[in-house]
Design a protein around this ligand. Structure first.
Ligand code: PMP
Length: 316
């Protein structure tokens, strides 16, 4: 899916046209992946456009920057939130994807990042369904990847850090080359971690199961939202390790992520999950999720930040 250009990008304190928002080729972040980034969705609702869980995304961005030793940052969380909103309004977008990121610019060539400046950029673009429009109802086919998720002793699973995504790209390439929508990474002991850009949920004997934050996963904000929705709907929840073969015998499975939203999984390694179609608990959670983000259900958790409508042009 090629990127949909938008008009203006925020780069180091200035709004610039899309083509002028460029980074120096000597940037540390480009060579060594020193980049803390976020992916945030805004949804069109009957009450106008709203950003989903903006505060939590900005907080995770700051956490990733902290792990990369980039803090203190030049922007407060309030300023970062405002800039995300401004990226939507300035580009006249409704439903869109917002990508703010801190990276190390050009300063020193060595690995030590501390002599390269921390720079900040932000853009917002239109983006459709990540795993395809049918995926939301029909579900997707996934496979266990031959690439393992790194452990917290190798890198920082809880950080959304550019360089770490080389592994995830390998997972994504392998899955698509083999005809699957996504690959699932196991850890070094063979336990389930997550997809290249999604957390994993299964339903086993009526209980919704996902793995614990310390199981080498990114702490997904969609994951957290689904856990809260499950509690609202009185679905029993368990945070526990998930073994590979639990994926083969579970009744339902789905993946969550800002890009993938809530996507049912209909097969793993060509073994049908349950009846091979979206299960009832998945459907109930998914329906409440979309009703909330798209403004049909009451926003009981305060997850939506309204984007102010641009002021009408003054009459001449
Ligand atoms: N795991 C990884 C590795 C991811 O990149 C993402 C996407 N940010 C997720 C899980 C899901 O996280 P979220 O729901 O916050 O988008």
């Amino acid at each position: 899916m090629s990127i949909q250009r938008s008009e203006t990008i925020f780069l180091n304190g200035e709004w610039k046209p899309w083509d002028s928002a460029t980074v120096h080729v000597a940037a540390h972040g480009l060579h060594y992946g020193s980049c803390a980034f976020e992916g945030i969705r805004a949804y069109e609702t009957p009450h106008g456009t709203s950003v989903f869980r903006l505060r939590e995304h900005v907080e995770r961005l700051v956490d990733s920057a902290r792990i990369l030793r980039m803090t203190p940052l030049d922007y407060s969380t309030d300023e970062l939130e405002q800039l995300c909103i401004e990226a939507v309004t300035r580009n006249g977008l409704d439903s869109c994807y917002i990508r703010p990121f801190f990276y190390r610019g050009a300063g020193a060539l060595g690995l030590n990042p501390m002599d390269s400046p921390v720079e900040f950029a932000l853009f917002a673009v239109e983006w459709g369904r990540y795993l395809g429009a049918e995926a939301i109802e029909q579900g997707v086919d996934v496979a266990i990847s031959s690439w393992r998720r790194f452990s917290p002793s190798t890198a920082s699973p809880l950080g959304k850090i550019g360089g770490q995504y080389v592994t995830n790209s390998f997972v994504s390439i392998e899955a698509r080359e083999n005809g699957f929508a996504e690959g699932i990474m196991l850890d070094q002991d063979g336990m389930v971690c997550e997809g290249a850009g999604e957390n994993i949920f299964i339903v086993l004997d009526g209980t919704l199961i996902t793995n614990h934050l310390a199981s080498s996963i990114l702490g997904g904000i969609t994951r957290d939202s689904v856990l809260q929705i499950a509690r609202d709907l009185d679905v029993p929840v368990s945070l526990q390790p998930i073994s590979r073969d639990m994926l083969y015998v579970c009744d339902e499975m789905f993946m969550t992520g800002t890009a993938a939203e809530v996507s049912p999984v209909r097969s793993v390694d060509r073994i049908a999950v349950g009846a091979g179609s979206r299960g009832p608990i998945t459907e109930a959670l998914q329906t409440r999720f979309f009703d909330t983000v798209e403004g049909r259900a009451e926003d009981t958790h305060g997850w939506l930040t309204p984007v102010p409508k641009p002021a009408p042009a003054a009459a001449t």
